[in-house]
Design a protein around this ligand. Structure first.
Ligand SMILES: *Cc1c(COP(=O)(O)O)cnc(C)c1O
Length: 371
């Protein structure tokens, strides 16, 4: 699905040097690279504050802790997303309120937001799934009208840009109150282990986030609130500084791959290509098609037999997972999410994909459908 080795080979000298330099300096925790990377990411995203942390799941949890939600408060979250988003809601004793997604762009269906709001609702968590922003203009409007917070889960969309009707452009993760992201190796900006970050333009909130991520202390051994221990290693920060300078290039390369897939599948009625959101650029963390004819699983097996990987993100919506059944959403509650789980297939896409590799994948998909 990705070619991290191929990507590494092109920047090997810089990466090796950066890693060795951290080892020589010996400041493995909170080294200078961590601060520099946070500043560079803030600059890249034009956001005032970036707080690094251990992974994207922690980033979500810390964001929710910083907003002082109370036990039983309700958080609106798409039923069709990666588990991390809802997991932290449950862990903090908050209540996930699931919402369905749009079949074309896979984002939460903002037209349903109002019907989900109760007196206990405190927050909306749009997940910018597969690499493009959700309908932030509408989400912000509903949030404002109802005094709700917005946490953007940007783990799959770092670098994508949203354009408001006014013409104002903002980077994913800097539009709501807080944005959270992950540097898991296969993300568009990935390190060589785990990593994550939290972004906000609210500097007071940023202080609180920084404190929570550091055992609830501003001053060593003085604990103001219950916190967690969540840090980005210096070595990972050093790697991320180098890779951040290539992020636009990587995202552009992913877009070229996506365009070639789009073009190829124009003539294939069994495959529905991913729709582009009107007001967002796409960074194609995933290129996810819908297989219409009910043959998704067979197609996946067929590709596997040709040594072509493909993935189902995600095979079961969250409200039907055993762990989250207790919230009481029966089958049929979110028909779009449930249908997508049967139709979606993500094809290999990455910054190193060669045209002949992609042609091989496309040819085999056509072979499968006998066209
Ligand atoms: C990857 C991902 C996360 C979690 O990131 P980790 O670093 O693996 O904890 C959260 N949300 C979404 C949408 C993701 O894709």
């Amino acid at each position: 699905m990705v070619d991290l080795q191929g990507q590494y080979r092109k920047i090997k000298d810089k990466i090796d040097e950066a890693i060795v330099s951290v080892i020589h300096e010996g400041v493995f925790i909170n080294g200078n690279e961590v601060k520099e990377f946070a500043l560079e990411l803030a600059n890249y995203n034009s956001v005032k504050n970036v707080i690094t942390c251990a992974n994207g799941t922690d980033a979500l949890q810390i964001a929710m802790m910083a907003l002082d939600f109370k036990h039983g408060d309700e958080i609106i979250v798409p039923a069709f997303t990666y588990v991390a988003t809802v997991e932290v809601i449950s862990l903090l004793g908050l209540t996930p309120v699931f919402i369905d997604v749009l079949p074309g762009t896979f984002e939460l269906d903002a037209t349903q937001l109002k019907s989900k709001i109760t007196s206990r609702t405190v927050c909306i968590v749009p997940v910018h799934l597969y690499g493009q922003c959700s309908n932030m203009e509408e989400i912000l409007k509903v949030a404002k009208e109802n005094n709700l917070r917005v946490i953007e889960d940007v783990a799959q969309a770092l670098g994508s840009e949203y354009t408001f009707r006014s013409g104002l452009k903002q980077k994913a993760g800097t539009i709501g109150d807080i944005g959270t992201t992950s540097f898991f190796p296969s993300k568009n900006l990935g390190c060589y282990g785990d990593g994550g970050a939290i972004m906000t333009n609210d500097s007071e909130l940023a202080q609180k986030i920084r404190m929570i991520a550091n055992h609830g202390q501003k001053e060593k051994y003085i604990h103001e609130v219950v916190g967690v221990n969540s840090r980005l290693d210096t070595i990972q920060a050093a790697i991320l500084r180098i890779k951040l300078s290539y992020l636009n290039e990587y995202n552009k390369a992913r877009n070229s791959v996506a365009e070639r897939y789009d073009k190829a599948f124009e003539g294939l009625t069994d495959i529905l290509i991913p729709e582009r959101a009107t007001f967002s650029t796409h960074v194609f963390h995933q290129y996810t098609v819908k297989v219409k004819s009910g043959s998704r699983d067979e197609l996946k097996k067929f590709l596997q037999s040709k040594n072509i990987p493909s993935m189902i993100y995600y095979p079961l919506p969250l409200h039907l997972q055993k762990a989250y059944r207790g919230y009481g959403y029966p089958e049929g509650s979110f028909p779009v999410s449930e249908r997508l789980c049967e139709q979606v297939l993500s094809l290999p896409i990455h910054s190193e994909m060669k045209e002949d590799q992609q042609a091989f994948i496309i040819d085999n998909i056509f072979n499968f459908f006998n066209v």
